[in-house]
Design a protein around this ligand. Structure first.
Ligand code: SAM
Length: 212
């Protein structure tokens, strides 16, 4: 069994319809609460990296402008269809690599990364790019599963990593080393419920620690 990177999973190409039917349904309620909690200001410019099929779209207020980027054409095709069918003029999607963003420095007030840091091949590089395109004082908002800090659970989830990679996500990323490596200036970090597997991380952007 050859090594596979999470982002190469067929979940984001051949099985994009399955993603929408199974995962997106569960993910939406979480994303809606997170998006509401950051109270996006009137006229704000928002970038969502790894936007996929646009799970989050219905949660964005119409008073902001959102650009979603993703590398997977099949996921983007579904996102585009949702935009068209719902007449969402405040949303658009572009095919782009989150590790090499084609935007000028300080272009956005918010950069969102939902269920994507454990999918891209280099999460640290992705956050560096997010920091670059986000204006100083803007917000970087991450929702993701991180490996448990508990020794036993951490061991078990890390052991599952080769399997989950083939499904489309890694399970060997720990929260504290991730925050340290990205030098994110954490404003809040929390779980939406005691039993949630997912962590919400909101960072206030500063250019400290940004490496080109
Ligand atoms: C688990 S899905 C999350 C989609 C969406 N954010 C959600 O919450 O439903 C991960 C997404 O990251 C995308 N992705 C993986 N590597 C990427 C990269 N280097 N640049 C942009 N998107 C990437 C995949 O194509 C996929 O659509």
């Amino acid at each position: 069994m050859g090594e596979i990177e999470a982002h190469e999973s067929k979940l984001y190409s051949d099985f994009a319809p399955l993603y929408d039917k199974v995962f997106a349904k569960f993910f939406y309620f979480r994303l809606r609460r997170v998006i509401e909690s950051v109270k996006i200001a009137q006229g704000a410019r928002v970038l969502e990296v790894g936007v996929g099929t646009g799970t989050s779209f219905p949660a964005y207020p119409r008073h902001c402008e959102v650009i979603g980027i993703d590398l997977a054409p099949d996921m983007l095709a579904r996102a585009r269809r949702k935009i068209r069918e719902n007449g969402w003029r405040h949303l658009k999607v572009v095919e782009m690599d989150a590790l090499h963003l084609d935007f000028a420095d300080d272009s956005f007030d918010y950069v969102m990364a939902f269920h994507v840091v454990t999918v891209v091949p280099d999460p640290i590089r992705m956050i560096e790019e997010a920091k670059r395109v986000c204006r100083p004082g803007g917000r970087i908002v991450i929702v993701n599963h991180f490996t448990s800090e508990s020794r036993l659970l951490g061991f078990v989830t890390e052991a599952l990593d080769p399997v989950t990679r083939r499904l489309g996500w890694r399970t060997n990323l720990r929260l504290t080393p991730f925050i340290q490596a990205t030098e994110l200036s954490v404003e809040t970090v929390y779980k939406l419920s005691k039993v949630s597997l997912y962590t919400v991380l909101v960072g206030a952007n500063s250019k400290d620690g940004y490496r080109r």
